[in-house]
Design a protein around this ligand. Structure first.
Ligand SMILES: [Zn+2]
Length: 182
């Protein structure tokens, strides 16, 4: 069984058998695929909360000949970079924060002009909201509330990021409500 490493966004996760989960995700280069996470519903399991919908993660998968279902062997959560420029590494970013969907985090103003996908300009309020959301566990994130400008900007940043990772625009999803951040 060949090992496949990929970045993916979880679309759906449902119970399977006694202790497993069947997970549907969009993976870079692979498109929409399904995998089984053995033991994912046991109290102590190696997947943790990483298999929740709209989680961005790095996956190790095994492909079995003649079976469209992948075996998920390892999952790492990916959190967007907000401390330094995700493209050149420069710290002490100045000006309005620029979120680059391609780089998966904030970039400095110089790098922002070289991104293939337009950057989303964030206000300081949106930036601190994102930073808070990244630090919190997925079940706590659902209790954060965003309104007005912060909500619009964060929504746009997440949507652009998901589009880049998935390799195409997914059907419109209201990422901040009601299941995720409202
Ligand atoms: Zn830079």
């Amino acid at each position: 069984m060949p090992l496949v490493k990929t970045t993916a966004i979880i679309l759906r996760s449902r119970k399977w058998g006694d202790a497993d989960r069947i997970v549907t995700f969009y993976a870079k280069n692979l498109g929409k695929i399904r995998g089984v996470a053995r033991g994912a519903r046991r109290l102590k399991n190696r997947f943790g909360a990483a298999l929740e919908p709209f989680t961005l993660c790095r996956l190790n998968l095994f492909e079995k000949a003649g079976d469209s279902l992948f075996r998920i062997s390892h999952v790492d959560l990916v959190s967007p970079q907000t401390d330094h420029c995700a493209a050149c590494g420069r710290t002490h970013l100045v000006g309005e924060p620029q979120f680059s969907p391609m780089a998966g985090g904030l970039v400095c103003l110089t790098c922002a002009t070289h991104q293939r996908v337009r950057c989303v300009t964030l206000s300081r309020g949106s930036l601190s909201f994102l930073q808070q959301a990244i630090r919190l566990a997925p079940d706590v994130v659902t209790r954060l509330r965003a309104t007005g400008r912060v909500r619009n900007e964060v929504e746009e940043a997440i949507e652009e990021y998901v589009t880049v990772v998935a390799g195409k625009r997914l059907p419109p999803v209201d990422f901040l409500s009601p299941a995720l951040l409202v």
